[in-house]
Ligand binder design. Structure first.
Ligand SMILES: NC(=O)C1=CN([C@@H]2O[C@H](COP(=O)(O)OP(=O)(O)OC[C@H]3O[C@@H](n4cnc5c(N)ncnc54)[C@H](OP(=O)(O)O)[C@@H]3O)[C@@H](O)[C@H]2O)C=CC1
Ligand SMILES: O=C1OC[C@@H](O)[C@H](O)[C@H]1O
Length: 386
């Protein structure tokens, strides 16, 4: 009963966070959002409310009306609309940070332009359509002395960090295999969704597979060396609705990833529930994580050692000993780290350039094996000064 009440309280507060009292001695970081994207309220607008050093200052959308309606709904002061709206937002000297939740195929162009305009960038996952584009964005950020982060929000939550700490502690011995799954039921996304558009960087492997690959690499602490097997179901030409792959990892472990943008109902009529789980088998036991992607709602970390006399245990990790509240979402933890990095403070977790590049390389390797091929390169050409 108490855990049911905890769940209700966490969800209610996560979606209606208490407003932070702005700090007297510092100017808040002003964020501008590119696109009136569906994910922006959860991933940034709500988290900003409880962060004392941030404010959402502007939004841009391709249509003036859409931008204005979004700004009104979310209490955003400045609106940029129309065909030049995105660039006008980047040109606004008031803005310190740009949030890029555009379709994957536009990540490269608008992140390069934002960095060119001298803005830090919080970039939605997956970083771009290709590893080469990912590398170029991070190189530009380095040259400009700006912070660029691929928004693998789950990595900033205590659950992911606790799982990693257990595995790294040696308690269960070396990782032998991982299985990471992210699926949602059919009907969650319309056929017209950006996720099913090849040119915009669609495909299950891009949208959800990027998490399963990232978690596999993070938990195993090893990079992919070969794609052993791959199978997929198409949603459109070159666009996978679902992908399953078995991967060889450096050091000898294997990883199985499974992602699906629309699992059909069981027996043709029973709706499915989303699956966001990981199982890590080690030399001396197994670790299972239930819901590593949205752990604030509910999660469990089950550790089952095979050593005689050692009992299985279930752990929860809603906060760090010295950071967070049970209602903090993965996005709120991510914002904490992102702001700390910009302010020159040590973040509690991070996703590095090398990590983001390796993740995109893995996606491209699996798409190569599938025969579907990488998502198309951006036609954007960076100015010679870059
Ligand atoms: N971190 C997370 O948990 C999640 C991350 N994401 C990521 O965020 C990004 C956006 O996803 P989501 O919010 O679901 O998508 P939406 O379709 O809601 O938003 C995409 C935005 O892109 C803009 N846009 C610009 N050009 C185009 C175009 N040619 N076609 C369609 N849209 C265009 C639209 O802006 P405008 O308003 O200007 O028309 C729209 O608001 C993706 O990269 C996705 O992977 C998505 C969901 C969860
Ligand atoms: O990033 C995401 O996380 C949750 C999924 O439902 C969504 O498709 C994806 O874009």
């Amino acid at each position: 009963m108490s855990s049911a009440l905890g769940l209700v309280s966490r969800i209610r507060t996560a979606f209606n966070p208490p407003a932070a009292t702005p700090l007297d001695n510092s100017k808040p970081l002003k964020f501008g959002i590119l696109g009136a994207a569906a994910i922006a309220p959860d991933a940034l607008i709500n988290p900003v409310k409880s962060h004392p050093e941030t404010v959402i200052y502007a939004v841009a959308a391709r249509s003036q009306d859409r931008a204005a309606a979004f700004a009104k709904k979310h209490g955003i002061a400045k609106v940029f609309g129309g065909p030049n709206g995105y660039q006008e937002l980047l040109d606004d000297p008031e803005i310190d940070v740009v949030y890029n939740p555009l379709p994957n195929g536009l990540h490269f162009e608008w992140t390069m332009k934002a960095l060119d305009a001298g803005k830090h960038v919080l970039l939605e996952k997956p970083a771009a359509n290709t590893a080469d584009e990912t590398r170029k964005m991070f190189e530009l950020a380095e040259r400009k002395g700006l912070v660029l982060l691929e928004a693998f929000h789950y990595r900033f939550h205590p659950v992911a960090q606790r799982v990693k700490a257990i595995l790294d502690s040696g308690e269960l011995g070396a990782v032998k295999s991982t299985s990471t799954t992210l699926t949602v039921p059919r009907g969650m996304f319309k056929a017209s969704d950006i996720r099913f558009d090849y040119v915009l960087g669609g495909g299950a492997l891009m949208d959800m597979g990027c998490y399963t690959i990232n978690a596999m690499r993070f938990f195993a602490g090893a990079e992919l060396t070969a794609v052993e097997s791959e199978r997929h179901t198409l949603a459109a030409p070159q666009v996978d609705r679902a992908t399953t792959a078995t991967l060889a990892l450096a050091g000898g472990a294997t990883g199985t990833i499974h992602c699906d943008l629309g699992v059909p109902p069981a027996l043709g009529l029973l709706p499915r529930i989303p699956e966001m789980n990981a199982t890590i088998s080690c030399e001396r036991g197994e670790l299972r994580v239930f819901n590593f992607v949205m752990p604030t709602l509910y999660h469990s970390i089950t550790v089952t050692p095979t050593d005689k006399g050692t009992k299985a245990r279930v752990e929860k990790a809603y906060t760090f000993p010295d950071l967070g509240e049970p209602w903090w979402t993965t996005y709120r933890y991510q914002l904490e780290a992102f702001v700390n990095k910009i302010k020159g403070r040590e973040p509690h977790a991070w996703v590095t350039k090398e990590d983001s590049v390796a993740n995109m390389e893995a996606i491209e390797l699996i798409y190569a094996k599938s025969g579907l091929g990488s998502r198309p390169k951006s036609v954007y050409v960076a100015p010679p000064s870059d």
